[in-house]
Design a protein around this ligand. Structure first.
Ligand SMILES: Cc1cc2nc3c(=O)[nH]c(=O)nc-3n(C[C@H](O)[C@H](O)[C@H](O)COP(=O)(O)O)c2cc1C
Length: 212
C-alpha cells in the first residue's frame, strides 16, 4: 500500500481558513491546472472549462454569493469549475475533429463513435444533459483535490454558493458556461481549528462490499 498517498489524503481537509499571505507558486499552480485538464470524462467529451478568478475585487464581491465563505477571497487562487451550458451535435463534431487530428486518423473513421455519442446526447432532455455534464465536472474536482494534497496544497470544495450569481458576476453565459462547484486552493491558516478535527469516515467494512 502506498502510505505516502494515504498520508496526504489524511492530511488534506476542507480548509475553512486560508492564510492570505501564502501563495501557491506558478509552477505548482500549473500542475494543478494540468490535473484538471487531464481529467477523464464520459466518452472523453470534456464538457467543461475551469475558470481562474484573478481579480481580487471580484473575489471579495463573490464572498457574499458564497454564503459568506471567506475562502473564495483569502485562498491563493480561486478556481470555478464550470460545465458547458449546452451540448449539441456541433459539440460532438468538433470533438471528433479534434480526436481525428490528435490521433492522426480521418474523421470518417470515427463515424460510428460519433453517431453513438450523438444518439446518447440526443436521447437526454436538457436537465439530464446538464446533470450528466455536471457529473463529469465533479470528477475534475476530485482530481484537483487529490493532486493538491499530493503537492501539500490545501483546498476547499465549495457547493455553498449561488451559481446564478457567479454566472452573472463572471459573465459565464458569454463563454457558454455555467458554474458547478468552486475550489479555492492555497495554504491553511494557523488558526483553522478544523485542521485538527478527526476525519469522519465510515469504516471500510461498511463502505466496501465484496461480492464473491
Ligand atoms: C461537493 C462538495 C461541496 C462542499 N461544499 C462545501 C462548502 O460549501 N463549504 C465548506 O466549508 N465545505 C464544503 N465541503 C466540504 C465537506 O464538508 C468536507 O469535504 C467533508 O465534511 C469531509 O471533510 P474533509 O474534506 O475535511 O475530510 C464540500 C465538499 C464537497 C465534496
Amino acid at each position: 500500500m502506498n502510505t505516502t498517498l494515504l498520508e496526504k489524503l489524511n492530511w488534506r481537509y476542507a480548509t475553512k481558513v486560508f492564510d492570505p499571505s501564502k501563495k501557491v507558486s506558478d509552477a505548482d499552480f500549473e500542475i494543478l491546472l494540468e490535473s484538471l485538464r487531464l481529467t477523464p470524462s464520459s466518452f472523453g467529451i470534456q464538457p467543461w472549462k475551469f475558470v481562474v478568478v484573478k481579480n481580487l475585487e471580484i473575489r471579495e464581491q463573490l464572498v457574499s454569493h458564497s454564503w459568506g465563505q471567506r475562502q473564495v477571497a483569502d485562498a491563493s487562487h480561486l478556481i470555478v469549475l464550470c460545465r458547458l451550458n449546452q451540448m449539441t451535435e456541433k459539440t460532438v463534431d468538433e470533438y471528433m475533429e479534434y480526436t481525428a487530428e490528435t490521433r492522426g486518423v480521418d474523421v470518417s473513421e470515427l463515424k460510428g463513435f460519433s453517431d453513438m455519442l450523438k444518439g446518447f446526447v440526443n436521447k437526454m432532455d436538457a436537465e439530464q444533459l446538464s446533470q450528466w455534464m455536471e457529473n463529469q465536472v465533479y470528477i475534475a474536482l476530485g482530481n484537483l483535490m487529490t493532486s493538491a494534497s499530493v503537492l501539500d496544497i490545501d483546498a476547499c470544495p465549495i457547493e455553498g454558493f449561488s451559481s446564478t450569481e457567479y454566472d452573472r458576476v463572471l459573465g459565464l453565459e458569454e463563454f457558454g458556461l455555467n458554474s458547478v462547484v468552486l475550489c479555492p486552493v492555497g495554504y491553511r491558516g494557523e488558526n483553522d481549528k478544523y485542521a485538527e478535527n478527526p476525519k469522519v469516515r465510515f469504516l471500510s467494512e461498511e463502505v466496501i462490499l465484496e461480492i464473491s
